[in-house]
Design a protein around this ligand. Structure first.
Ligand SMILES: [Zn+2]
Length: 235
């Protein structure tokens, strides 16, 4: 056997083998037996079935029929295979290191002010992580954050402006909706029409029925009455 041997935590097979010699003995007596066991000084050392475990390093008795096991137990076999696989992978990594990405190659990211070593790669790579917004978009995001903070995280309330309101009369609701940046576009051209009284009359006659015109007229008179009476109170 080899002089320097590496021992690991003994596997179940090795423990079972040792216990066949030390069962029922005191700790002291068992100790000397285990020492001689490790020195291969046992009476049945010529037994072809007594071997050293490939993983834990302790002697064990091979119970497989063809007598071809290398480890004392299933556990030791798993551990040994894992270790072998890891060593193989480590060797592979050492011999064939992973190719560096362009970012790793050209981006000095570990400094306080990171920079690129190559402008072409910077333009090609950085947009993926550092996609800049336009200025007004940044402002809109900032404003939305401020608004959320002021409302304590509540949803933006609907803004309802009273329009043409009178006490007791049903209010016409005007909802003011701010356009999102997607909808925002140039305002339309303002077109002014100059109509004579005659033209205006024919226009309204064409557009509204007689009944509708009557109602509007009535309402206008009401308004007039209202404002006059208000003036009267003040004056
Ligand atoms: Zn073992």
């Amino acid at each position: 056997m080899v002089g320097k041997r590496q021992y690991r935590h003994p596997g179940p097979g090795a423990i079972e083998f040792a216990s066949t010699y030390t069962n029922g003995l005191t700790r002291k007596a068992a100790h000397s037996i285990v020492v001689s066991l490790l020195k291969d000084e046992l009476p049945d050392q010529d037994d072809k079935r007594v071997k050293r475990c490939d993983f834990c390093g302790y002697p064990y008795r091979d119970t497989t029929r063809p007598n071809n096991s290398k480890t004392c137990s299933k556990e030791c076999k798993t551990e040994r295979d894992t270790l072998k696989r890891r060593q193989k992978q480590a060797d592979k990594r050492l011999l064939q290191p992973r190719k560096k990405t362009k970012r790793e190659q050209y981006y000095v990211s570990w400094l306080e002010y990171p920079f690129w070593l190559n402008e072409y790669e910077m333009l090609k790579q950085s947009w993926k992580r550092e996609n800049p917004y336009e200025n007004d978009k940044v402002e809109r995001i900032k404003a939305a954050q401020l608004r959320t903070d002021r409302l304590n995280g509540k949803k933006k309330p609907k803004i309802t402006t009273p329009y043409n309101s009178k006490d007791g009369e049903k209010q016409q609701k005007v909802r003011v909706k701010f356009e999102t940046d997607k909808q925002a576009r140039e305002p339309g051209e303002v077109i002014a029409y100059h109509l004579s009284a005659e033209e205006m009359r024919s226009y309204y006659e064409e557009k509204y029925s007689e009944w509708e015109r009557y109602l509007v007229r009535l309402r206008a008179l009401e308004q007039k009455k209202f404002s006059r009476s208000k003036k009267g109170i003040r004056g």
